[in-house]
Design a protein around this ligand. Structure first.
Ligand SMILES: Nc1ncnc2c1ncn2[C@@H]1O[C@H](COP(=O)(O)OP(=O)(O)O)[C@@H](O)[C@H]1O
Ligand SMILES: O=C(O)C1=C[C@@H](OP(=O)(O)O)[C@@H](O)[C@H](O)C1
Ligand SMILES: [Mg+2]
Length: 172
C-alpha cells in the first residue's frame, strides 16, 4: 500500500488542513504523523519535547512516518521537521510528495502564538525563519510538486493538487 499523496512543508504551510480537504475531495482517508505520534505515546508533542527532548521526538516521528508510508493508502500529512531524518528522506523516494510552500509572514500569521509547536516558542518569526531557511532545499529535494500557498485557501491548494494528480502526478 502507498499513500496517494504525502504533504511536506514548514509549520503553517497547511499540511494538516489541506490533507483533510484533499481527502474529502478524493474520498480518501487522511492521516497525520503528528497525531500518530501523540496517540502511540499517549502524549502531546509539546509534552514529548519537554519530557524526553527533540531527539526522542524525531525518532518517534521517523517510526510513525515509516509505518504510515507502509500501511496508509490515502492522504498523509507529515510534521514539518520529519524530512530532517535521513531515513525518512530515503523512505520518501518513489512517493508522490507535495511541498506546500509558504512565506515567512504568512506562516507566522497562521501559526500565531499557538503553543502546540514547541520549536516555535519564544520569537516565532525568527524561529520560523531559521527553520525555513535550513529546510527549504530539503523540502524541494524530496518533492515532485510544489504549491505556493500564500495567496490560496486550503481548498484552492487541494484543488491544485487534484489537478496535478489528474495530469500524471509523478514521483520525485
Ligand atoms: N492556505 C491557507 N490559508 C489560510 N490559512 C491557512 C491555510 N492553510 C492552513 N491555514 C491555517 O493555518 C494554521 C496552520 O495550519 P496547519 O494545517 O496546522 O499547518 P501545518 O500542519 O502545515 O503546520 C491553521 O489555523 C489553518 O487553519
Ligand atoms: O517543524 C517542526 O519541526 C515541527 C512541526 C510540527 O508539525 P506541523 O508542521 O504540522 O506544524 C510538529 O511535528 C512539531 O511541533 C515539530
Ligand atoms: Mg500539521
Amino acid at each position: 500500500m502507498t499513500p496517494r499523496v504525502v504533504l511536506v512543508g514548514p509549520p503553517g504551510s497547511g499540511k494538516t488542513t489541506v490533507a483533510r480537504e484533499l481527502a474529502d475531495l478524493l474520498g480518501a482517508d487522511v492521516r497525520d504523523t503528528d497525531e500518530d505520534v501523540e496517540r502511540t505515546h499517549d502524549s502531546t508533542i509539546a509534552d514529548l519535547f519537554v519530557d524526553h527532548g527533540e531527539a526522542h521526538f524525531r525518532d518517534a516521528e521517523a517510526a510513525a512516518v515509516s509505518t504510515a508510508l507502509a500501511e496508509h493508502a490515502g492522504i498523509l500529512a507529515l510534521g514539518g521537521g520529519a524530512v530532517l531524518h535521513a531515513g525518512t528522506r530515503a523512505a520518501l523516494d518513489g512517493h508522490r510528495v507535495v511541498f506546500l510552500d509558504v512565506g515567512l509572514s504568512e506562516a507566522a500569521k497562521r501559526v500565531g502564538l499557538n503553543t502546540a509547536r514547541p520549536l516555535l516558542l519564544g520569537n516565532v518569526r525568527s524561529q520560523l525563519k531559521t527553520l525555513m531557511d535550513e529546510r527549504r532545499p530539503i523540502y524541494a529535494e524530496v518533492a515532485a510538486h510544489v504549491v505556493s500557498t500564500d495567496a490560496l485557501t486550503p481548498r484552492e491548494v487541494a484543488d491544485d493538487i487534484v489537478r496535478w494528480l489528474e495530469t500524471g502526478g509523478s514521483t520525485a
